[in-house]
Write a protein that binds this ligand. Structure first.
Ligand code: CP3
Length: 351
């Protein structure tokens, strides 16, 4: 088997590739008929995520169809609260439901008793994907492990699920910063361990999702986004000094700059609201940038899609760049639009 350089990892190391590496957040999931077929058999989302064979199969599905430069392990950011003993359910059509934790007394119920036992299937799934990528000749495809950042995971833990404004968690962070810091410290420690184990199991790159980073003012952003993210990155690098780590502080606006300067991320993923010219000017001199097509534009397709892709590629290919979306693929996205997108990205050549 010929050795093939992995474009995605090359760009993370600031080497210029011949073509633009790409992958898409939520590339495995409900817009794929083969995923829906498996889900029908399997029952719930968590049953699939904790079944290494199925999680591997689902991770491979988009790679077989589209040949992305990276596969992201099929799992969820909420396995961490689950592994720490918080109840977790995915109700179809409603998203995640957890028993809300609203105070230090509630946080003290969390523990490591079944932490590794709960997460072992994720590590097994990673090893299986590593093998499948080789066996199916996707030697240029890198394997991404991931986690939620402590702030975003805490949002779900305190609210007990999704929320429009994250009222309870923001109130708690202002009213009882010490108590909240206790939860954040626990999340830093557990998440770092989880990421280290993912690398041990075969993950070649890590991504930290901070989907609700945009809900915080700049001071709180330093304390609850930058600081814990830096702590996790430092802990992971103590064990794995060279593993590339991509940060995604979604909707952080101008705070993207301090995030890149102060967390130690290898690269940054940007949402669609961030101006690509600003990103090229302010972020790309520091780190490779990944992003940022609006998933709804992908869903809509047509001329708007072509123009949006041209704009992103035009603005970001002078620096180190990975094509991705600004957030996850929407479940109603037509497959043909994803095919169009892949063709547009592949048509661009640096030579
Ligand atoms: O990107 C990938 O393909 C890898 C798998 C992945 C999932 N979730 C699978 C999933 C990743 C990286 C995530 C991250 C995640 N999970 C985030 C951060 C990124 C983001 O979207 O902001 C968050 C906030 C979650 C929490 C979560 N999981 C929510 C809010 C939901 C319900 C909303 C929804 O899209 O259904 C989930 C469920 C979930 N996680 C699904 C998938 C494929 C849908 C499960 C299904 O119904 O089949």
């Amino acid at each position: 088997m010929a050795y093939q350089k992995k474009k995605f990892i090359e760009v993370l190391n600031k080497h210029k590739p011949d073509h633009i590496p790409f992958w898409f957040m939520r590339q495995a999931g409900r817009y794929l008929p083969e995923y829906m077929a498996l889900r029908k058999e399997a029952g719930g989302f968590l049953d699939m995520a904790y079944n290494p064979g199925m999680a591997c199969e689902i991770t491979m599905q988009p790679i077989r169809r589209f040949g992305m430069d990276a596969a992201i392990i099929f799992s969820d950011i909420l396995v961490i609260p689950h592994a720490l003993g918080q109840s977790l359910e995915f109700v179809q059509g409603e998203g995640p439901k957890l028993d809300p934790l609203r105070s230090s007394a509630d946080f003290s119920k969390l523990n490591f008793n079944s932490f590794e036992k709960t997460l072992t299937p994720v590590y097994e799934a990673l090893s299986k994907v590593k093998t499948s990528l080789q066996q199916e000749n996707h030697n240029g495809t890198a394997l991404i492990g991931f986690c939620g950042a402590p702030w975003t995971v805490a949002c779900y833990m305190v609210e007990g699920g999704g929320s429009k404004d994250f009222f309870n968690v923001r109130k708690l962070a202002y009213q009882d910063p010490q108590g909240f810091a206790g939860l954040m410290d626990l999340l830093v420690e557990s998440t770092a361990q989880y990421l280290i184990n993912q690398v041990n199991a075969g993950a070649e790159v890590l991504q930290i999702f901070d989907s609700w980073a945009g809900a915080l003012d700049s001071q709180s952003f330093r304390r609850w986004v930058i600081q814990p993210t830096k702590q996790i990155i430092d802990l992971v690098r103590d064990t794995h000094p060279n593993v590339p780590i991509i940060g995604f502080p979604r909707c952080a606006g101008q705070n993207y700059l301090s995030y890149v300067q102060d967390t130690g991320v290898t690269a940054v993923s940007i949402d669609q609201a961030l101006d690509t010219k600003w990103a090229a000017r302010s972020l790309q001199p520091l780190v490779p940038v990944q992003g940022n097509l609006d998933p709804i534009c992908l869903l809509a397709g047509g001329d708007a899609l072509k123009l949006a892709v041209e704009k992103i590629i035009g603005d970001l290919t002078d620096g180190d760049f990975i094509f991705n979306l600004g957030h996850g693929i929407h479940k109603d996205t037509p497959i043909e639009h994803v095919e169009d997108l892949v063709r547009y990205i592949r048509e661009f050549s640096y030579e």
